[in-house]
Design a protein around this ligand. Structure first.
Ligand SMILES: [Zn+2]
Ligand SMILES: [Zn+2]
Length: 469
């Protein structure tokens, strides 16, 4: 029965098996962004939210080792050098072992700076340089580039944005190649120094009377080896998940660049508008951000991320109907990854909720249910679904989702954070008046045009008429 078989497979495609996160147990219909791990009993999956939490937690723990270990090594070497030369060899072992911990952050910075300097020289914009994972240690701006150093500085990402079409492929390739090139230069420099210093090895005499050149040589050898290891790690084509977000290695990007289609090259250009608009939105310059996104959409109208961005800016500006149109247009584009579809559904549901008519609330109900089923881990999906449930007077169900959303609130956009505060205030209306007032004040700061503020203020005032939960 070939007919039945065909419809059967079509049905399978429509309802994929849900994937369950083994950390938090949340179920999702799409495994986009999920981390797959091989265990003795087969594959297990971790949701993007748990993956990010885990990488942050690991970073906190590893930080202590990475700081303590080199300090112990250096202190032990210094002490034994001056007081007990016979202890030198064991402390040198600690020193050597901690050398990678000291040098790797320096090499990561050199690597990212090489990307940035070459990109700039080629007329490519450098939007941000991030070093390390975990909580931020330092954040600032330098020559128009956002710089962020996190507590575990052993990896790095430089975000580039192309602004010119001509020579784009070559410019991109060279900017990516610059990072690994930094390690090649270090290796060549070490060899040059080594060749130069062969002649003076006999002259170097340390405080203990022995020749200290072998020690320096072995440290230099280790430094060279570290560069070789980092070079190989960079050039092997793979996708890494440091920081919880998939990131293609330099090697993978170098291999991909020569074969990029015109669409992918356009995508590269359009991404630059996304970065620029994100920078402007961070500074609350929404009118400029909107102009930037609209300029990008003129070049590439089928870029869903830009449409999502435009809709989000329109929401912030209080133009909910236009925002809904932008989200709907993005949803209609072909080849959207399923996780993006769920995000767009969440935002479209939010715009429907903002419009607030009976039909739009039905639509928000349907969309938010769909988005949460697809990406059960996503904080935005939880906010919007929670808000819709509260709006439907299903307060306790909504409150559970809203409480969970606070966990991932750091990754939320300002309109999502404001919605979260407003509906939490409504769902928990018996909470102390000053807490509710605080929530609404936070929401007003995040999103002055927030349409839920008035409703939340009414529901939380002592003389308001709160509905039973
Ligand atoms: Zn999870
Ligand atoms: Zn790199």
């Amino acid at each position: 029965m070939p007919g039945l078989g065909a419809s059967g497979s079509a049905l399978l495609r429509q309802s994929p098996a849900p994937v369950r996160c083994f950390d938090c147990g949340v179920q999702s219909l799409t495994r986009d962004g999920y981390r797959r791990e091989l265990t003795t009993t087969g594959y297990r999956y971790r949701c993007p939210a748990c993956e990010e939490r885990r990488s942050r937690r690991d970073a906190e723990q590893l930080r202590i080792i990475t700081i303590a270990f080199p300090i112990v090594g250096l202190a032990a070497t210094a002490l034994s050098w001056f007081f007990q030369p016979f202890l030198l060899p064991p402390s040198l072992i600690i020193l050597k072992a901690s050398l990678p911990l000291v040098c790797q952050p320096i090499l990561v910075v050199a690597h990212e700076l090489a990307h940035a300097v070459v990109a700039r020289a080629l007329g490519v914009r450098v939007f941000s340089i991030t070093v390390g994972v975990g909580r931020p240690w330092f954040q600032g701006r330098f020559l128009g580039t956002r710089v962020r150093v996190n507590i575990l500085p052993f990896t790095g990402v430089t975000r580039l944005g192309h602004v010119r079409k001509r020579g784009l492929r070559l410019r991109h390739w060279l900017s990516v190649a610059a990072g690994p090139m930094a390690h090649v230069l270090f290796i060549l420099a070490m060899f040059a120094i080594w060749r130069e210093s062969i002649g003076i090895t006999a002259g170097g005499v340390g405080p203990d009377g022995d020749s200290w050149m072998p020690i320096l040589f072995s440290l230099a050898g280790l430094f060279t080896l570290l560069n070789v290891v980092m070079l190989i790690g960079n050039l092997v084509p793979h996708i890494s998940y440091s920081g919880g977000r998939p990131q293609p290695s330099d090697g993978l990007q170098l291999l991909r660049a020569p074969f990029m289609s015109q669409t992918q090259l356009d995508h590269l250009l359009a991404t630059s508008f996304v970065f620029e608009s994100a920078d402007l939105q961070r500074e609350s310059r929404y009118a400029e951000a909107r102009a930037c996104v609209e300029a990008g959409l003129k070049i590439w109208p089928a870029f869903a991320t830009l449409r999502l961005d435009l809709g989000s800016i329109l929401m912030i500006q209080g133009e909910f109907v236009a925002a809904g149109q932008a989200f709907r247009l993005a949803l209609g584009l072909p080849e959207n990854p399923s996780s993006l579809v769920a995000i767009l559904e969440s935002y479209l549901a939010l715009s429907e909720l903002a419009i607030g008519s009976a039909e739009s609330l039905d639509e928000a109900d349907r969309l938010s249910r769909q988005a949460l089923a697809a990406t059960g881990w996503n904080a935005s999906a939880k906010v919007v679904r929670g808000a819709v449930l509260v709006e439907r007077a299903r307060h306790s169900e909504g409150a559970v989702l809203l409480r969970e959303a606070f966990d991932g609130a750091g990754s939320l956009s300002s309109e999502m954070r404001a919605t979260l505060q407003c509906y939490t205030a409504i769902a928990l209306h018996p909470e102390a008046g000053d807490i509710a007032a605080q929530r609404l004040e936070t929401a007003r700061k995040e999103w002055p045009a927030c349409p839920f503020l008035a409703r939340a203020a009414q529901a939380t005032t002592p003389h308001g008429a709160p509905t039973a939960s």
